[in-house]
Design a protein. Structure first.
Length: 434
């Protein structure tokens, strides 16, 4: 099975991984080069000392009386080689001579003929056998060893690794912070609310990106404002000729055509008013926020409907005071409640406090509901589930679009879902009260 390299998902983790691997490899390469240089230097020094020490030690043993030689062995012993009085351990002849053997031969090989044997065992070593002037055998037992490391070196390496990790984390955080800020700004970009400009300070690339984002945000806002102003102006200007046409229809003789004309003009007037309302809802954020007691606000709304003889009920309490735009919030709930009354004849408002502390107001009914494939589209402007042009059944297709725009303007969200047993639930989520 082919294995693929699995990269971390976040840019910060990827950059951290690349930096750490690069720094660790560079540190390992530097340490390896320094260690090799130290090893070669130490080996050269050791071989030079070995020649001098061996020639001196053998000369001392050769000149000492036989009965005094054993007392000098401890003083002549070194870390990786020692002297033995005798034939030494049995071993095999060596084919590939170590560098140390060459140094020993250079030191004493001309005066003292010698043989070299390889000694097996847990720690592989070799012995050099020779005879002193009086014929006494002497063995040089050589145990090669690596150049010792200083005990503080691992601590220094761990400290360097910790320093590299800290510097990598700091560098990645500094590099990612502007990108994170830009991503948050893009996610929260909403032309319906007051534009939040990014700070244009910092490195050249970051400042350039912030300026480009701010310019883009301004262009989007200006574009939408122009289109909404155009829609509002057309809708507003259409009211005057429609009103004149309705006045002229008043002077017509009573007939079926008059009734049809009057119905068409009324439908046009309603559509124009909804167009103006939708254009205004795009800029619902212009209303000032106010401290509002949500329970009292909903009680007032429901009582108004009940006074008109509508079957609207309220359940649940939040005991919350929120910062919101009351006219925009009222328009959202009125549109949702009117839809419920229109299609089901009754509506129920339910207030819930969610686990994260935010609030939700559910407007529920037992009407026919909406097909699942239409739930995502019904909040688009001028989209109607009912395809007829009859305003009494299909409406203008702007009620839910207006409600959604105003929900965004007050910092909330609007979602629709079908209820078990039939009916629709429109959930308006409100920001967490401060």
């Amino acid at each position: 099975m082919k294995r693929t390299l699995i990269w971390p998902r976040t840019l910060a983790s990827r950059l951290s991984l690349i930096f750490l691997i690069g720094l660790i490899l560079a540190q390992a390469l530097s340490f390896g080069a320094q260690y090799y240089e130290r090893y070669e230097s130490a080996k050269t020094t050791m071989l030079g000392n070995l020649e001098t020490d061996v020639s001196t030690s053998i000369a001392i043993l050769d000149r000492l009386p036989a009965n005094e030689r054993a007392g000098w062995l401890k003083q002549l012993e070194r870390r990786n080689y020692r002297y033995l009085l005798g034939e030494g351990s049995p071993g095999a002849a060596m084919d590939d001579m170590p560098v140390a053997v060459t140094s020993i031969k250079d030191a004493i090989g001309m005066e003292y003929p010698m043989t070299v044997t390889d000694i097996p065992g847990p720690q592989k070593h070799f012995q050099v056998h020779l005879n002193l002037t009086d014929g006494s055998p002497v063995t040089i037992d050589v145990r090669p060893a690596m150049v010792p490391l200083s005990p503080w070196l691992p601590i220094v390496l761990l400290g360097q690794l910790a320093l590299m990790i800290a510097c990598t984390w700091l560098a990645v955080r500094i590099a990612i912070r502007p990108l994170t800020r830009l991503a948050v700004a893009v996610e929260t970009l909403d032309p319906n609310t007051h534009a939040v400009h990014l700070d244009e300070k910092g490195p050249t690339e970051v400042a350039h990106a912030a300026k480009a984002f701010n310019a883009m945000q301004a262009r989007i806002g200006a574009y939408l404002k122009e289109r909404m102003q155009l829609l509002a102006a057309i809708s507003h200007d259409l009211q005057t000729p429609i009103t004149r046409m309705k006045l002229r229809a008043e002077f017509m003789d009573d007939c079926v055509e008059k009734d049809k004309l009057w119905s068409d003009l009324s439908e046009m007037e309603h559509l124009v008013r909804e167009g103006v309302a939708y254009a205004r809802s795009i800029h619902g954020a212009t209303e000032e926020s106010r401290r509002t007691d949500l329970d009292s606000f909903l009680d007032s709304l429901v009582f108004d409907y009940q006074d008109m003889g509508k079957q609207v009920q309220l359940s649940g309490k939040s005991a919350a005071v929120i910062d919101t735009r009351p006219h925009a919030l009222r328009r959202v709930l009125v549109n949702l409640t009117d839809n419920a009354l229109k299609f089901a004849g009754a509506a129920e408002l339910v207030v819930n406090v969610l686990a994260d502390g935010s609030l939700s107001v559910n407007v529920m009914d037992r009407g026919p509901g909406i097909a699942e494939e239409d739930l995502a589209q019904v909040m688009e402007p001028f989209y109607r589930v009912e395809n007829s042009r009859n305003r009494s059944t299909g409406g203008t297709g702007l009620g839910l679009a207006i409600a959604q725009q105003l929900a965004l303007a007050i910092g909330g969200s609007l979602t629709l879902r079908n209820r078990e047993g039939g009916g629709l639930c429109a959930e308006l989520k409100l920001p967490t009260p401060h």
